[in-house]
Design a protein around this ligand. Structure first.
Ligand SMILES: Cc1cc2nc3c(=O)[nH]c(=O)nc-3n(C[C@H](O)[C@H](O)[C@H](O)COP(=O)(O)OP(=O)(O)OC[C@H]3O[C@@H](n4cnc5c(N)ncnc54)[C@H](O)[C@@H]3O)c2cc1C
Ligand SMILES: *[C@@H]1O[C@H](CO)[C@@H](O)[C@H](O)[C@H]1NC(C)=O
Ligand SMILES: *[C@@H]1O[C@H](CO)[C@@H](O)[C@H](O)[C@H]1NC(C)=O
Ligand SMILES: *[C@@H]1O[C@H](CO)[C@@H](O)[C@H](O)[C@H]1NC(C)=O
Ligand SMILES: *[C@@H]1O[C@H](CO)[C@@H](O)[C@H](O)[C@H]1NC(C)=O
Ligand SMILES: *[C@@H]1O[C@H](CO)[C@@H](O)[C@H](O)[C@H]1NC(C)=O
Length: 492
């Protein structure tokens, strides 16, 4: 008898030591920009008893680079984020990503979206810059009309409704491609995108008169990868014991006492607080299970925002045979069929690399993710043959595209605000569930959803709030709107 109870006592003591050992103040779930910056906020407020739990073998998340090209002719390319979007004008507000990029000596080139471009259609090189400029004017008109709607407290509609109401009704392949050159940034079509929120998103990042940073963009060509800026920043304050890499979270159990996560290998780690920075796509697709399930108001918010997909498809050739501009626009009769091309084999970019890439978005991304690489490559060669009828397009020396939509760690590229998503939904998307479970990441940013700076600012904000919770043993919850209702309900 005494023997048995001694063993029981020992087992209990060991169990106790183990839980205490793994019990952190804060678990940061995901090591992308939001996770790293949340950790930095905690550190800056004197809290170092946190753990970043990340599935991949490095920090950076959707800052993801790859060595690409034939043997002996490789270059680092960006599969995910590539631009610092909206930099700074004069002494105005500055994109916080620009500050970090400069601090860590990131190599980047000025990206000239609107002037360094050539236009093509199904007959080859054709100048339709007049149509291209009209599409930009129509977009400006769309954002102005959105501002009027906000002022008059009118209901949101789709960007397509907005375009039609300002008189822009693209029909020809050239008109559709010119319009696409604006909506590719939302990774979805105007039919799928909120008129008001997309106008706000544009203004808050690019329009200095509306509080934006600037209309300038820098494209990272750093051969350490764009991720370098966040990994170098992490090195300034993180120690290895504060990061658990190769650790995939399966479940998040939460209560008023704290949070316990279970990893794919069965290990449990507990914390007083947790910040989930997983992408909206991960939250939508049950790749991580919450116990108990998230409340109805939270689930409605998660499923009402959209995860878009933005896909870059890279080709390398022996020799450059394409445009000398940074960009090319190709107008196919099918909207969204390989419309945007970017050359990297350029002075100030990656000269001599032989690399060119096309971008597709939204439903078209999903379409190609279901195809084989060989099938997609054949379609691209076909389009290049159409764009350059006088050149026999050679076989590429390398080919690659990432499948963001199918990847269980992302399930898309970044969030996009649809017209059925209303401000109270956003309030709920951002809100904590109970006092212990918090959310951060690009999708939670009302002004900068989709962007790196959105992820940064959410990490900063939520990290600061939790630091206060830990220090003062008390948390001030973010607002929640339990029932999101219509001002004017439907009547039949
Ligand atoms: C193709 C593409 C192009 C883009 N272009 C730009 C651009 O040019 N400029 C710009 O500003 N923004 C761009 N973005 C958006 C930008 O990359 C994101 O907004 C930002 O990186 C999101 O950071 P985050 O910390 O919110 O999320 P993430 O970076 O997604 O961080 C979350 C982390 O959680 C990890 N994770 C997921 N599931 C689990 C799990 N179950 N267990 C453990 N870990 C898990 C992920 O691996 C990831 O590291 C682009 C994104 C993509 C994909
Ligand atoms: C993570 O896994 C990769 C590949 O499986 C391995 O090379 C690396 O050493 C691991 N890193 C850590 C910190 O466990
Ligand atoms: C934008 O609005 C202006 C002023 O109403 C109008 O003159 C112009 O034609 C519009 N442009 C486009 C492309 O719709
Ligand atoms: C966007 O900026 C324009 C000015 O360029 C402004 O007229 C408009 O009201 C703004 N739109 C919104 C939705 O704030
Ligand atoms: C499971 O993963 C964690 C974190 O990566 C690691 O510390 C632990 O040793 C692993 N456990 C087993 C049983 O493999
Ligand atoms: C392609 O060749 C045709 C016929 O020789 C010529 O008219 C056309 O200008 C050429 N196009 C280009 C882009 O060089």
């Amino acid at each position: 008898m005494p023997h048995i109870s001694w063993r029981l006592f020992l087992a209990a003591a060991i169990a106790l030591t183990e839980t205490t050992k793994d019990h952190k103040s804060v678990l940061i779930l995901g090591g992308g920009v939001a996770g790293v910056i949340a950790a930095r906020s905690l550190h800056q407020h004197g809290i170092d008893d946190f753990l970043i739990i990340e599935a991949r073998d490095e920090l950076g998340g959707r800052l993801r680079s790859k060595e690409f090209g034939a043997d002996g002719r490789q270059a680092t390319i960006e599969l995910g984020a590539n631009w610092v979007q909206g930099t700074q004008e004069g002494n105005g507000p500055v994109n916080p990503i620009l500050i970090l990029a400069q601090k860590h000596g990131l190599k980047a080139a000025k990206s000239d979206y609107y002037n360094s471009i050539m236009t093509y259609d199904e007959t080859g090189l054709v100048d339709y810059m007049d149509i291209f400029k009209d599409a930009q004017d129509a977009y400006t008109n769309l954002t102005i009309a959105a501002g009027v709607r906000v002022q008059k407290r009118k209901v949101d509609c789709t960007a397509r409704t907005g375009y039609s109401l300002v008189g822009a009704k693209p029909k020809t392949p050239q008109e559709m491609a010119a319009e696409y050159y604006i909506d590719w940034e939302y990774a979805q079509t105007p039919e799928q995108t909120s008129w008001i929120a997309s106008s706000w998103a544009n203004n808050f990042t690019y329009d200095v008169d509306q509080g934006g940073f600037s209309d300038g963009n820098l494209l990272s060509i750093d051969q350490r990868g764009f991720k370098h800026f966040i990994q170098a920043e992490a090195q300034t304050f993180l120690s290895p014991k504060q990061i658990s890499l190769n650790s995939t979270v399966r479940t998040i159990a939460h209560s008023g006492d704290g949070v316990e996560v279970t990893l794919a290998n069965g290990t449990r780690i507990s914390g007083r607080y947790a910040i989930s920075t997983f992408s909206l796509g991960v939250l939508q697709n049950d790749d991580v299970l919450f116990e108990p399930p998230l409340p109805a108001w939270k689930q409605e918010a998660i499923h009402s925002m959209t995860m878009g997909t933005y896909t870059k498809i890279f080709l390398q050739f022996e020799e450059k045979f394409w445009f000398d501009t940074q960009f090319a626009l190709y107008a196919d009769r099918e909207r969204g069929r390989y419309p945007v091309w970017q050359g990297l084999d350029l002075k100030n970019f990656l000269p001599g690399s032989g690399i060119v890439f096309a971008t597709v978005t939204g439903d078209y991304s999903q379409r190609i993710e279901a195809m084989t690489d060989a099938e997609v490559q054949a379609e691209l060669i076909d389009v290049l043959q159409t764009m350059f009828p006088n050149t026999t397009i050679p076989t590429p020396t390398a080919f690659f595209f990432p499948r963001w939509f199918s990847d269980p760690l992302y399930r898309g590229s970044y969030s996009n605000w649809p017209s059925g998503f209303v401000s109270p939904h956003h309030t709920n998307l951002r809100a904590n569930v109970g006092n212990r479970l918090w959310f951060a990441g690009e999708a939670m940013s009302i002004k900068y959803f989709g962007f790196l700076h959105g992820a940064y600012l959410e990490g900063l904000d939520i990290g600061t709030i939790i630091a206060k919770c830990v220090r003062e043993h008390e948390c001030k919850s973010l607002p929640v709107i339990k029932d999101v209702s219509n001002a004017t309900p439907f009547v039949v």
